[in-house]
Design a protein around this ligand. Structure first.
Ligand code: FRU
Length: 503
């Protein structure tokens, strides 16, 4: 039986690679990222199994190798020695068994006794009337590339349909797992399991239930220590937007609390957004060998209007990796990892400068992979709003990234963005204004005050050269620092993932 299943897996993987390589030849690169992880072609969603194994960083991801929409989920795979230069690896996991035939869903991975253990959700879908069946599955790899599926480790609890996204970690001699579950009362819960050997798992307790009775699922839970506390990160489904919180169809946030194994989790904070942009979901963290807590998230969405990439043969990317820290007032700050500096090819120092009221000044005539550092002296600034028009094309289309002093928030405004969804997103920020902005061909990420708040959104420019302008509205702006860094691609063959991996 095992041999037959493995044969099927090999067939499935080979078929997926073949179709994906074909799709890649048709890829339109106008918005394909240069310094963000994306599938060579097809669809990508959640980051999975982020780990350090065999001297390399591994990022797996939810992947449909056959088309640029969500279906037929596999685990795609990239690896790196330094977290900035990546190579595509062969697709790691494909649906092949009774339990995962409708999708190898999200999960995590860790090293144990020289092997990489991957935990994922096997998904079955039996139609609207019957619904789904989801189980937790184990697959093991000797080399970090090829996996052998080992069987169901946690079966579906009686009556439960939505039960997914295992995140596993070790403390002392015990392994712990959090899994998202929709309870029989339709409440969003995170369940805790423990194991002494990684194959036999014991249910412990409901670690957390969302206090909002409208919330029915907490997708992709992650639970980890940060500073003196513990952070529970999740994607609540069924929320109602309030202000700029939870405005997207899919949102990610966290609560900070105290936890000791064997004791209940005691939240100390309310739910708060980890990122306030349009496209940030399913974040997953891992502990790097040097102890940093690093997060990757998916930039994309499931809802229509469908991202324009659908016509381009690919869809979705991951955020640039971010290091998480806890602020004294128990907020989770995220800043892009320091390694990004290794991607810089040129630095242009533009500041300091003084902008007049309604002044628009071009600071870069052309560029696609960019990092900006902007520091504004608020004490000497009278402007109501100031910011950078990025992805600005000669026809006037652009995305405005800036600070609204009156409303006290940092924003990404896509009202005039060339393509795709529009709308504005904002994060509360009330003083000491420093912005770091990452601009790729189809995305913008903004970090305010050293990562105190972050926003990530798609931004699909119109055709033509993309310039960048700095602007000041209804008053003057005193810019202290303005630095532009041109960045190189993250792909080690510098081919944007164009050459197929050796299978
Ligand atoms: C979140 C999610 C997960 C699931 C996966 C399926 O984006 O819905 O809950 O495991 O995506 O692709």
């Amino acid at each position: 039986m095992a041999v037959r299943e493995n044969m099927n897996v090999m067939d499935e993987l080979a078929r997926a690679e073949e179709v994906n390589a074909q799709l890649r030849t048709q890829r339109n690169d106008r918005w394909y990222p240069g310094f963000h992880i994306a599938a060579p072609a097809g669809w990508i969603n959640d980051p999975n199994g982020i780990s350090f194994f065999g001297g390399r960083y591994h990022v797996f991801y939810q992947h449909n190798p056959y088309a640029a929409h969500h279906a037929n989920m596999h685990w795609g795979h990239v690896s790196s020695t330094d977290m900035v230069t990546w190579r595509h690896e062969p697709i790691a996991l494909a649906p092949s068994l009774e339990a995962d035939l409708d999708g190898v869903y999200s999960g995590s991975a860790l090293e144990h006794e020289g092997k990489l253990y991957a935990f994922y959700t096997g998904h079955r879908w039996f139609g609207e009337e019957i619904g789904s069946r989801q189980v937790q599955y184990l697959a093991i790899s000797e080399d970090g590339i090829t996996f052998e599926k080992r069987g169901v480790i946690i079966d579906t609890p009686e009556g439960i349909q939505d039960f997914r996204d295992p995140k596993v970690w070790k403390m002392g001699e015990t392994w712990y797992m959090v899994v998202a579950a929709e309870s029989l009362e339709r409440r969003g819960q995170v369940w805790l399991y423990t194991s002494q050997n990684l194959t036999d798992w014991e249910y412990q307790e409901i670690l957390f239930e969302d206090p909002d009775p409208g919330v029915f699922m907490l997708e992709c839970p992650d639970f980890f220590p940060l500073g003196e506390h513990w952070v529970l990160l999740y994607g609540p489904m069924g929320t109602t937007p309030t202000g700029y919180t939870n405005r997207n169809a899919h949102n990610s946030g966290y609560v900070v609390g105290n936890w000791t194994p064997g004791q209940p989790f005691e939240p100390l904070t309310e739910y708060r957004m980890l990122d306030w942009g349009h496209n940030f979901y399913a974040p997953q963290t891992f502990e790097a060998p040097d102890g940093r807590r690093i997060v990757y998230a998916w930039m994309g969405h499931f809802v229509s209007p469908i991202p324009p990439q659908l016509t381009d043969g690919w869809s979705g990317q991951l955020t640039f990796p971010r290091e998480l820290t806890l602020t004294p007032d128990l907020r989770v700050a995220s800043r892009r990892i320091a390694e990004l500096a290794q991607l810089r090819t040129e630095t242009i120092d533009v500041g300091p400068l003084e902008l007049g009221a309604y002044e628009d000044r071009v600071i870069l005539p052309d560029g696609d992979l960019l990092e900006f550092e902007l520091e504004v002296d608020l004490a000497h600034t009278t402007a109501e709003r100031f910011g950078l028009r990025v992805h600005a094309t000669p026809d006037g289309a652009h995305t405005l990234v800036g600070y609204d002093r009156t409303g006290q928030h940092v924003f990404i405004d896509r009202r005039l963005t060339g393509n795709g969804d529009r709308g504005c997103r904002a994060a509360p920020v009330n003083d000491a204004l420093r912005l770091r902005v990452l601009v790729d061909r189809g995305s913008v990420e903004v970090f305010a005050n050293d990562g105190e708040e972050a926003l990530s959104s798609f931004s699909f420019p119109n055709e033509g050269k993309c310039s960048v302008t700095i602007c000041s509205e209804a008053g003057t702006t005193a810019v202290g620092t303005l630095r532009i860094h041109r960045l190189r691609s993250i792909w080690d063959r510098d081919d944007g993932g164009a050459s197929p991996p050796e299978v």
